[in-house]
Design a protein around this ligand. Structure first.
Ligand code: HEC
Length: 163
């Protein structure tokens, strides 16, 4: 009789325990789990589709190309990608690569710390640093400070794709 009661009792305890924990884990909200805040954030985050880092933003590229054409940059600069053949300024083929070389040059006197900043600076304040070959130019580059922020950003972006 006694062992039988114990058996019933244990069945009850184990059964209700399983029920209890079973229910608990089914409704346990994420923020009650002992997780680090990073881990919790990563569980709560819905992954956003990200464009691959090395794929250019086509829309901004196209806008930048339009700004380049509308401002006649190609009358002074060569850029094979759009068949521009100006000869008064340095070529814009591979300008993104050249820009980083410019700022590494000990003779560089501008304020840019990156290639992108160098291109931006060259457009806004061309006189701050005369690129090699620029001294001999018969047509000095005027500052294009009238460009809207959006146009300037697209133009710089477009030139940064000329690697
Ligand atoms: C009237 C001719 C002329 C026009 C138009 C012109 N540039 Fe220039 N550009 C030059 C000359 C000359 C230089 C080299 C002297 C210097 O660095 O200022 C130069 C230099 C540059 C440089 C630095 C190149 C290097 O190799 O370091 C960039 C970038 C540049 N121009 C972008 C532009 C853009 C973008 C436009 C159109 C919005 C433009 N330029 C329009 C004449 C011109």
């Amino acid at each position: 009789m006694i062992p039988h009661l114990i058996e019933i009792f244990l069945t009850f305890v184990i059964g209700s325990g399983a029920l209890f924990f079973g229910q608990q884990s089914a409704v346990l909200p994420l923020d009650t789990l002992p997780l680090s805040s990073d881990r919790r954030a990563s569980l709560q985050e819905t992954p956003q589709p990200q464009p691959p880092a090395d794929e250019p933003d086509i829309e901004q590229m196209n806008n930048g190309r339009t700004v380049y054409l509308n401002n006649y940059c190609g009358t002074c600069h060569t850029l094979a990608a759009i068949d521009a053949r100006g000869v008064f300024g340095p070529s814009h083929d591979h300008i993104a690569t050249i820009a980083t070389e410019r700022i590494a040059n000990p003779l560089y006197r501008g304020k840019a710390a990156t290639g992108e900043e160098y291109i931006r600076e060259s457009i806004l304040e061309p006189g701050i640093y005369i690129a090699p070959g620029g001294m001999l130019a018969h047509q000095q580059m005027p500052p294009f400070s009238q460009l809207s922020q959006e146009d300037l950003d697209s133009l710089v972006y477009f030139l940064m794709q000329q690697k």
